[in-house]
Design a protein around this ligand. Structure first.
Ligand SMILES: N[C@@H](CCC(=O)N[C@@H](CS)C(=O)NCC(=O)O)C(=O)O
Length: 363
C-alpha cells in the first residue's frame, strides 16, 4: 500500500499539504473523500471529519498539515523547507501561522460572499462525481452549510467586510511587489512560510473563479507564485537567500501580521487563560468566547481559536530554542516589524497536539 492523502481541491489545508508533498517529491495518491471514506476511514481515525488526512503505508494516520509536513521533512530529508538560519527560519514559521490562522478571514469571505453558488456545486461534484447535477448541488449545499456557518463566527459581516477587503488588497499589493524580485518568500526555494500562505491563497483566493479574477487583476505576480507553488516545475530545487536575509519587501507582510493577527492572538490567549482557570481539567474547546480584532481601522469580533495558539507556540518555541546572536537577530526582526508583543507573549499553558486533539502538555 502506498501513501494516501485524503484531500480535496476546494480545501484550504489540502492545498497546503499537496503543494508541499509535490515540491518534496513525495510518492502519494490523493483521494477525495466520499461519504464512505468520511464515515469509515476519517471519522474513526481522527474523531471528526477533517481534511487533509495522510495515511502512511503502515496505516499510520496523520492529521494537521504541520505534522504531515514535519513527518515528511524528517523521513525524506533535505533539501528542507525550514531555513537553517535563525531569522529566516523564525520568519517562515511566523508566516505559516499567519497564513493558516489569519488569512482564513479573507479566504472565507471571498469564497462565501463572491463564489457561493459555484462552491456549493463544486463540493457536490467532488463528493458525488457521477451523480446528476441537481443531486450534486443538493449534496454540496448540505456540506456547504457547515462551512458557510463559520463565516459570521470568524467575524466576517457587513461591518468588517470593508476592513477585510482593504487588508487583503493591501496584502496582495505587498506580495505582488515582493514577487517582482523573488520567486518565493525567502529566495528561490519555498519555505514553510510559503506553504502557510498557499493554503488560503490557492483554493479560496485563486481557484474559486471570482476570487481568482480579483487576484489576477490586482496582483498578477501573486497568481504566478500560486501557479509555481501548486505545480512545481523543479521539485526540491532552489536556495534561500544568503546571509539570513529577510527581503525588505517581506517586512510589510510581517508588519501586517503583527498589527492585525498578534493582538487577536493575545486576546485569544487571555480568553483561553480565563477558560483554563474555570476548567482546569476539561477538554479544550476549539473556540473560547469572542475576541476583538481591528483590521484596516475596522473593529470586529471573531471566535478565539485555541488551535491558533498552538501554531504560534511552534514559532515561539523555535525562537526560545535559540541563544546569543541567533536569538538576537530574531528579536531585532520583531522590533523591526512591530512584533515586540511576541517577545514576552503570555501563553496560558503549554499546549500539545496529541491524538488529533489539543491538550495541555504534561509538566
Ligand atoms: N490546522 C489543520 C486544519 C485542517 C482543516 O481545518 N481542514 C478543513 C478543510 S480545509 C476542515 O476539514 N474543516 C472541518 C472542520 O474544521 O470542522 C491543518 O493544518 O490540517
Amino acid at each position: 500500500m502506498t501513501t494516501t492523502m485524503y484531500g480535496s481541491p476546494a480545501s484550504l489545508f489540502s492545498g497546503k499539504a499537496r503543494a508541499y508533498l509535490d515540491w518534496k517529491g513525495a510518492d502519494y495518491t490523493e483521494i477525495a473523500p466520499n461519504l464512505q471514506i468520511r464515515n469509515e476511514v476519517i471519522v474513526p481515525a481522527i474523531g471528526r471529519m477533517i481534511i487533509p488526512v495522510v495515511e502512511l503505508s503502515d496505516g499510520t494516520m496523520l492529521q494537521d498539515t504541520s505534522l504531515i509536513i514535519d513527518h515528511f521533512e524528517s523521513t525524506l530529508g533535505s533539501p528542507s523547507i525550514y531555513p537553517d538560519t535563525p531569522r529566516q527560519h523564525f520568519a517562515a514559521r511566523l508566516l505559516e501561522c499567519f497564513g493558516d490562522e489569519w488569512l482564513v478571514l479573507p479566504a472565507m469571505h471571498y469564497r462565501w460572499n463572491y463564489n457561493e453558488d459555484w462552491i456549493l456545486e463544486e463540493f457536490g461534484r467532488n463528493m458525488m462525481p457521477d451523480a446528476p447535477r441537481d443531486q450534486q448541488i443538493a449534496a454540496g449545499t448540505m456540506i456547504g452549510k457547515q462551512f458557510r456557518g463559520f463565516v459570521p463566527i470568524l467575524g466576517i459581516n457587513e461591518e468588517t467586510i470593508p476592513g477585510i477587503e482593504a487588508s487583503y488588497e493591501a496584502l496582495l499589493a505587498d506580495l505582488d511587489a515582493h514577487f517582482a524580485k523573488h520567486d518565493f518568500l525567502l529566495g528561490s526555494r519555498p519555505s514553510i512560510g510559503d506553504f502557510g500562505l498557499i493554503g488560503p491563497l490557492y483554493a479560496h483566493l485563486y481557484r474559486d473563479p471570482a476570487s481568482g479574477e480579483i487576484m489576477k487583476r490586482l496582483a498578477p505576480r501573486v497568481a504566478e507564485w500560486v501557479e509555481r507553488m501548486v505545480a512545481p516545475s523543479e521539485p526540491l530545487s532552489g536556495e534561500f537567500l544568503p546571509n539570513d536575509e529577510i527581503p525588505p519587501t517581506l517586512i510589510p507582510v510581517l508588519e501586517r501580521m503583527m498589527r492585525e493577527h498578534v493582538p487577536f492572538l493575545a486576546q485569544t490567549a487571555a480568553l483561553f487563560s480565563d477558560w483554563l482557570k474555570q476548567n482546569p481539567t476539561g477538554d479544550i474547546p476549539r473556540g473560547v468566547r469572542m475576541a476583538s480584532f481591528e483590521i484596516e481601522g475596522v473593529k470586529g469580533e471573531g471566535i478565539a481559536r485555541t488551535f491558533s495558539l498552538w501554531m504560534l507556540q511552534r514559532a515561539l518555541d523555535y525562537m526560545s530554542s535559540l541563544e546569543g546572536a541567533d536569538r538576537d537577530v530574531c528579536l531585532d526582526l520583531l522590533q523591526e516589524c512591530g512584533g515586540t508583543a511576541l517577545i514576552d507573549f503570555s501563553m496560558p499553558a503549554r499546549l500539545a497536539y496529541e491524538n488529533h486533539t489539543l491538550v495541555v502538555a504534561d509538566g
